[in-house]
Design a protein around this ligand. Structure first.
Ligand SMILES: [Zn+2]
Length: 199
């Protein structure tokens, strides 16, 4: 494989997120990055309430409770942990699974047939519970359709942004080859140079 082919194999088409993952990507990316590059759309309860309203996920009269805010954050971070497939930390993974199962136990979903050959899971409750149910339903559906395997979290730990891996060989590891990919390449190069220099 030439250098160019290798780079192309890792290209991530950010625009081409399949519909079944739109909501999950938006949810996961309410927070990513660190320090100066931190993006946080849900720094507190009120901000999350605003975001949910802007996305049309809750109606104007819904007030987000502090407990609901915490549950939504817990689910988001547990899903992110679940997507860090390269991590072999069994304890963290088990904790994440427990969090997801705990939230899933309290969600109400029903099967809705949308055509002769199509069905989907839809939340039976409104408010934040409905939003969490939708997330759980979307994860379940994505697992069955194989889309889940293409949903990833950027391997640059300082980033952690969720992205759809549209690369040919499913080998994408960075949210963007232009930013995180370049940064990680540069870091590896510097580390190698340092090692070679000191050897
Ligand atoms: Zn990234």
């Amino acid at each position: 494989m030439t250098k160019r082919e290798n780079e192309e194999a890792h290209v991530v088409h950010e625009e081409a997120i399949p519909e079944g993952l739109h909501f999950l990507v938006a949810l996961l990316n309410t927070r990513y990055g660190r320090q100066k590059r931190l993006h946080d759309a849900w720094p507190d309860r009120a901000a999350m309430e605003r975001w949910l309203r802007e996305q049309g996920l809750i109606t104007a009269e819904v007030v987000v409770a502090e407990g609901e805010y915490r549950r939504a954050i817990d689910l988001r971070e547990a899903l992110r942990q679940g997507l860090r497939r390269s991590s072999h930390d069994a304890t963290t993974s088990a904790e994440a699974l427990e969090t997801i199962n705990h939230i899933a136990r309290h969600t109400l979903l029903k099967v809705q047939f949308t055509g002769p050959t199509q069905a989907r899971l839809v939340p039976e409750s409104g408010g934040v519970d409905g939003v969490l149910a939708r997330a759980v339903g979307d994860v379940y559906t994505a697992m069955w359709t194989g889309l889940w395997a293409r949903l990833k979290v950027c391997q640059n730990d300082a980033c952690g942004k969720a992205f759809y891996d549209g690369s040919r060989n499913h080998a994408g590891v960075w949210c963007s080859t232009r930013t995180c990919g370049n940064r990680m390449h540069a870091r590896t190069y510097r580390q190698q140079k340092k090692r070679n220099g000191s050897a």
